[in-house]
Ligand binder design. Structure first.
Ligand SMILES: [Zn+2]
Length: 602
């Protein structure tokens, strides 16, 4: 069947230009009309994925005698292909001979790729006309999407630039993405390949913001380039593929050849996602000398009472200090602040060894050992022979590590570490699960303390909404309103993040369309920790030993928290409610991250 349009248009020069142009346009329009009639058929031959773009040589539309503007390039691509003869693209594989050997190029077929919406546009005619003017013939339209068209252009650009002895354009773009993300304060970059494009998202202050879409081809290039990016990971194996789980670490340098100033360390992870797509997750770690790279214990955001408690845990030459929380709860940053505090308490001559995968923050004077999954336990055991005063274990993930940590504590070292968990009390059962005997753990002195923490967004004071306006804007339901009333008699200071959608105008009413300059329309100004701390005494350990978790919790909340007044409490929830009442965190974030607002639990 014939669906193709053979465009035979004259060059733009010459006296007959106008006439021929009009005629050509007429012919084209007739053909396009036919096309339209066969829409249902045509759609079967649309290109929905870059993988379906036939092999062939890309026609550099920049290099036409009359090159196209950038705007056009976004929407059209042309590839030279022999595929029509092989009938691989069925819809365009014609039964009629294509040979028209007046021109040397005419034995080739040119697929002019365009999004559906441009099929009948003036732009389509223009591109076809310019191709014709440069003696390309046998031009057929192939409906596709602009992402795919950009991918075709991009692949071509890559081929041109990969001959550069320096960085390829993809490397440059990847590097720029990393640096831009770091500059905007992002902790992570997520690239998620979907149906026919990939989304690029940044996590800033705990929330994800969409930065834009890239083509699937570009996303795959990013995966490959990032996996091999100036890699420092000697254990990295093989090349990147979207089908396997891949992990590596690499540094980003100010000058990649001289490597004298490190700007970032990146932890790369990728996995396949259903169906046949993939995701890339890049954790951005900043060196100590870079802004945002280091916080003193007093700047972390604990209450004064909490800071005192953390300092108390660090006293003594032995014992286990564990930070508990999910990913991205600031555990590593707090560990680093603790080690800094230990140096301040005990002088610079103590020996601190750390085993991390990878090293997240630089700690001056410490011996930081980067570990991989394979070397983690070996390095951890090696610290027993390194005569350390303090050992920091990035994270206890499995029983072998837990066992070594146990031996280190028993050998009389101060051990700092982190585990995943949902409360400070849960650290006991988590460690038990990892093989640390409960009798051992409840030995006085074994556990110096557990800190559970989460990070919640700080409400921008400029554009946040008070309760009545947030209610008017439909941002809170009755359930939340009732719970708020139950935990807070004075709701005057409570504030809600509105993500820059509304602002309060001169009449104290809600208005839209104005972007807050303080928070750049995000509604958020950084993050603050919500924490709970357990420094166990013998009685609490008694409850734990008897596996009486409720008793332990009750004792912890009422007796251990002696200095604590109502609502300025011990638990993470009460700490969150305290910050919520001050208008520092949004009640909805408290419920999402910590738990439902309720009066008990103080
Ligand atoms: Zn704001």
């Amino acid at each position: 069947m014939e669906l193709g349009i053979t465009l035979r248009m004259p060059g733009r020069r010459g006296e007959k230009h106008q006439d021929q142009h009009a005629k050509a346009k007429e012919v084209l329009q007739q053909k396009l009309k036919d096309h339209n009639d066969k829409r249902a058929v045509l759609e079967r031959y649309a290109v929905s994925d870059v993988a379906a773009v036939p092999d062939g040589e890309y026609v550099n539309l920049h290099k036409l005698t009359h090159p196209l503007g950038e705007q056009h390039l976004e929407h059209f691509a042309a590839i030279q292909s022999d595929m029509l003869f092989e009938q691989k693209i069925v819809g365009f594989a014609l039964n009629q001979p294509l040979a028209d050997s007046k021109s040397s190029k005419s034995h080739r077929t040119y697929l002019l790729m365009t999004p559906d919406m441009y099929l009948q546009s003036r732009g389509m005619l223009d591109v076809a006309q310019r191709l014709k003017a440069d003696n390309y013939q046998n031009i057929y339209p192939l409906i596709s999407t602009w992402e795919i068209i950009r991918a075709v252009h991009h692949n071509n650009a890559r081929e041109i630039s990969s001959s550069d002895s320096e960085q390829t354009s993809t490397q440059r773009r990847v590097r720029q993405l990393l640096l831009d993300a770091a500059k905007s304060g992002a902790s992570d970059i997520h690239i998620e390949a979907r149906e026919n494009k990939a989304e690029v998202l940044l996590r800033i202050d705990g929330r994800r913001y969409k930065m834009g879409d890239i083509s699937l081809a570009t996303a795959e290039d990013y995966g490959s380039v990032l996996f091999n990016f100036e890699s420092t990971d000697i254990a990295r194996k093989g090349s990147w593929t979207k089908r396997e789980i891949k992990d590596t670490n690499f540094d980003v340098w100010d000058d990649p050849t001289k490597k004298n100033k490190r700007l970032l360390t990146v932890r790369f992870h990728s996995t396949a996602i259903h169906p046949d797509k993939f995701q890339l997750v890049l954790r951005l770690l900043r060196p100590a000398n870079v802004e945002g790279g280091f916080k003193r214990l007093s700047d972390v955001g604990y209450s004064d009472a909490q800071r005192e408690q953390v300092e108390r845990m660090l006293i003594g030459g032995s014992g286990l200090v564990v930070f508990v929380g999910p990913t991205n709860s600031g555990k590593s940053s707090s560990l680093q602040s603790c080690i800094q505090q230990l140096y301040e308490n005990r002088g610079p001559n103590i020996k601190v060894c750390t085993i991390e995968s990878p090293v997240e923050y630089e700690i001056p004077n410490a011996c930081q050992m980067p570990a991989t999954k394979d070397t983690f336990n070996e390095l951890l055991e090696a610290t027993l022979r390194q005569d350390p005063d303090v050992v920091m274990v990035g994270e206890i993930r499995e029983s072998q590590a837990a066992k070594t940590v146990k031996n280190l504590v028993l050998a009389g070292h101060k051990i700092l570490s982190s585990i995943h968990g949902y409360s400070a009390m849960a650290a006991f059962s988590r460690l038990e699960q990892l093989g640390v005997d409960i009798d051992l753990m409840t030995m006085p002195g074994f556990v110096s303390g557990f800190v559970y923490q989460r990070l919640l967004p700080i409400v921008c004071p400029e554009c946040s909404l008070p309760l009545d306006l947030a209610r008017a804007a439909g941002m809170i339901n009755e359930g939340l309103f009732n719970r708020l009333t139950s935990v807070s008699d004075d709701k005057h200071n409570i504030r809600f993040i509105n993500e820059g959608r509304y602002f309060i105008n001169a009449e104290n009413k809600l208005d839209t369309g104005c972007k807050c300059e303080t928070c750049n329309g995000t509604g958020i100004l950084g993050r603050t920790p919500i924490a709970e701390i357990i420094i166990p005494d013998e009685k609490l350990l008694g409850f734990i030993k008897k596996k009486d978790e409720a008793g332990a919790r009750d004792y912890w909340l009422t007796t251990l928290g002696e200095k604590v007044e109502y609502g300025l409490g011990v638990s993470a929830l009460s700490h969150a409610i305290q910050k919520m009442r001050q208008g520092l965190v949004d009640p909805r974030d408290v419920e999402h991250s910590i738990g439902m607002l309720r009066r008990d639990g103080f």
